[in-house]
Design a protein around this ligand. Structure first.
Ligand SMILES: Nc1ncnc2c1ncn2[C@@H]1O[C@H](COP(=O)(O)OP(=O)(O)OP(=O)(O)O)[C@@H](O)[C@H]1O
Length: 345
């Protein structure tokens, strides 16, 4: 890092509160890494609804349960509009004001708000300052977010290390850019947003579509890095993800597969194939499992889908079959037991 960015410029401290860097400060300024206790997050019979002109209120999530635990990454997957971001928002306590929520969300087995500074959230939109370079963005953010007691050189090192972790060293001096100034690619901006949020090494990290806009190699490296952060530092990570490659999919510990607000499957991602196969939807040879799951449970194109092999079945029926089967499955029982165990800890 060069010395010209040693300190946060004065004018930045006068920026309005909506500035992402300032918001990050407010969330994380007191974050202290002084103990290694991880966060167990669990949710039970979680319902979320929104206003609807026709029916009054429309459910987005319909009584779902699950958990996320230290050292692991939980991937939330499902067709577009199935409620992935809504679940992340509910868990992070940042649902929109027009939503209604019922059911329990438990932090370490108790109904409590997430302690100040313990979690971070990377949104789908990259709200970055277009005129700053990558180095300036991450370094200023480190200065603002990391504890005052941390020496400046350590903050610099943390910033540099994080930039490297996200594979951005080549773009250090590139401006973020925007519509009037060409700068980073969409995927690089995603990585800068992730950098800013992992600077403080939060114990609980929510990532909304961390790989959107990334090519398959970058997606793999970014997710691999995120998995390492979870494992090395016993962080709990919950990430919504659209269409992971099979290599990225294999990195996830647990999978929460949603379809139109209902759970299709929750459990070890390595056992999802078996669940689909025993219910009559085996993943064809050489097909990416996540492509197969999403195609099976997307009913938006029911009228034009060719069905599954000889036994043509609509996706609506496939969804009903899988939802019912999941509810009576061992996987579902395991989730309920796990949630109960977390409560008793
Ligand atoms: N605050 C809200 N008010 C009204 N409708 C909402 C609200 N939040 C979410 N929705 C609706 O709920 C549904 C699920 O939205 P959500 O963003 O959770 O889906 P998603 O699975 O993350 O989709 P995508 O993959 O396309 O981002 C959508 O139909 C969306 O329009």
């Amino acid at each position: 890092m060069d010395s010209s960015i040693d300190e946060v410029p004065n004018n930045m401290s006068k920026k309005k509160e909506s500035d992402p860097l300032i918001m990050a400060t407010k969330i994380n300024i007191s974050s202290k890494d002084d103990n290694n206790d991880g966060i167990y997050l669990s949710w039970k019979d979680l319902w979320v609804s929104v206003p609807d002109k026709k029916v009054g209120r429309r459910p987005i999530l319909e009584g779902i349960s699950g958990y996320a635990q230290p050292g692991e990454v939980l991937a939330i997957m499902g067709p577009s509009g199935c409620g992935k971001s809504t679940l992340l928002d509910a868990l992070a306590g940042r649902l929109a004001s027009n939503t209604r929520q019922s059911g329990d969300i438990l932090v370490n087995g108790r109904k409590q708000a997430l302690a100040f500074g313990t979690s971070a959230y990377v949104t789908q939109d990259d709200t970055l300052m277009t005129t700053l370079t990558v180095k300036e963005t991450v370094y200023y953010s480190a200065q603002l977010q990391l504890p005052q007691s941390m020496p400046l050189h350590e903050k610099k090192e943390r910033a540099e290390e994080t930039i490297k972790e996200m594979g951005l060293q080549e773009a250090m001096n590139t401006r973020i850019g925007g519509w009037s100034l060409k700068g980073l690619s969409g995927g690089q901006k995603r990585r800068v947003s992730i950098c800013i949020e992992i600077l403080t090494r939060p114990k609980l990290l929510f990532l909304d579509e961390p790989t959107s806009g990334l090519d398959s190699a970058a997606s793999y490296h970014v997710m691999n890095r995120i998995i390492k952060i979870a494992q090395q530092d016993m962080r709990t990570i919950v990430a919504s993800i659209h269409q992971p490659s099979s290599e990225v999919f294999e990195l996830f510990d647990n999978l929460c597969l949603l379809s139109y607000g209902k759970t299709i499957y929750f459990g070890s991602s390595s056992k999802a194939n078996e669940f689909f196969a025993i219910n009559g939807f085996p993943c064809p040879y050489m097909r990416n499992p996540s492509d197969h799951y999403l195609r099976t449970i997307n009913k938006d194109f029911d009228n034009i889908e060719e069905g599954f092999g000889k036994n043509i079945i609509s996706s609506s029926k496939a969804i009903d079959t899988l939802v019912m089967s999941y509810e009576s499955s061992e996987a579902c029982l395991n989730v309920r037991q796990k949630v109960l165990t977390i409560c008793q800890k």
